[in-house]
Write a protein that binds this ligand. Structure first.
Ligand SMILES: [Zn+2]
Length: 253
């Protein structure tokens, strides 16, 4: 006979992605073997705290530190979507801060895409987990990762577990998730180093151009950090083929 008190848990929407199949989209019992905060239990069940936006205990909103008691009914909701929080935020016209990102070492292609669209995106293939967590917390950057355990680190407030494995689909997923479509600024960032890119007069960079480029192109842009030069032609073709396939109507889908 089990003498431990129990609580009931129910996870909503995409938080179910993190649960074992038998616990998805239904209310289940959780034995309270020891005193534990709701955050500790949520993460023990496999859901990173960064994915959680609202927790209700017996219908009342509680914070991560809430100690779960016997008989509690706990409902856990994800960021933004399930409670339609985003439209509410927009109605109140909160100043929209430009989202900034830091990506784990498996998301190099996604990093290039985000930079191509002008988003401030830190990426290196040698960041440690510790380093990623520190950057995310210290610079208030959203940590994008395919490693859910990384998101369980205490100091990380803003993080997101990227579901898709294909980089192009990852881009759609992140654009939709953070509603970035209206913030897209093609060629805003250097794909090599994340520096800001601005128009540059051809005469200033003539000596750095190949003869063919010098002859065929007149408009140039340059990275303010690493000096990389961009011009119409292949860079623009790639960009156009990317922006042409972005579909805001896919958001939330
Ligand atoms: Zn650069």
């Amino acid at each position: 006979m089990n003498t431990h008190p129990h609580a009931e848990f129910r996870f909503y929407e995409e938080l179910n992605d993190f649960l074992p199949r038998e616990k998805r989209k239904l209310t289940f019992d959780y034995p309270l073997l020891r005193r534990a905060s709701v955050k500790d239990i949520i993460e023990a069940l496999g859901v990173p705290h960064t994915e959680v936006e609202v927790i209700l205990a017996n219908g009342e909103s509680v914070d991560f530190g809430y100690i779960v008691g016997g008989g509690d009914r706990i409902s856990v909701y994800p960021m933004f979507e399930s409670l339609d929080i985003r439209p509410l935020l927009k109605l109140r016209e909160l100043p929209l801060r430009q989202p900034r990102f830091v990506l784990d070492c498996h998301l190099g292609r996604l990093a290039r895409y985000l930079r191509q669209l002008g988003f401030d995106t830190l990426y290196r293939n040698d960041y440690s987990d510790e380093g990623l967590a520190t950057i995310s917390a210290g610079e208030k950057r959203i940590l994008l990762t395919r490693d859910r355990n990384l998101l369980k680190r205490r100091i990380i407030d803003h993080g997101y577990f990227v579901r898709n494995q294909d980089p192009r689909r990852q881009l759609d997923e992140v654009l939709a998730r953070f509603d970035l479509y209206s913030d897209i600024e093609p060629f805003g960032r250097c794909t090599r180093c994340n520096g800001e890119v601005a128009a540059v007069d051809k005469t200033e960079i003539l000596d750095r151009l190949e003869a063919g480029t010098r002859q065929n192109f007149d408009e140039f842009w340059q990275c303010s950090s690493c000096g990389q030069i961009y011009w119409e032609g292949s860079h623009f073709e790639k960009m156009k083929s990317l922006t042409d396939t972005l579909d805001p109507s896919k958001r939330g889908g």
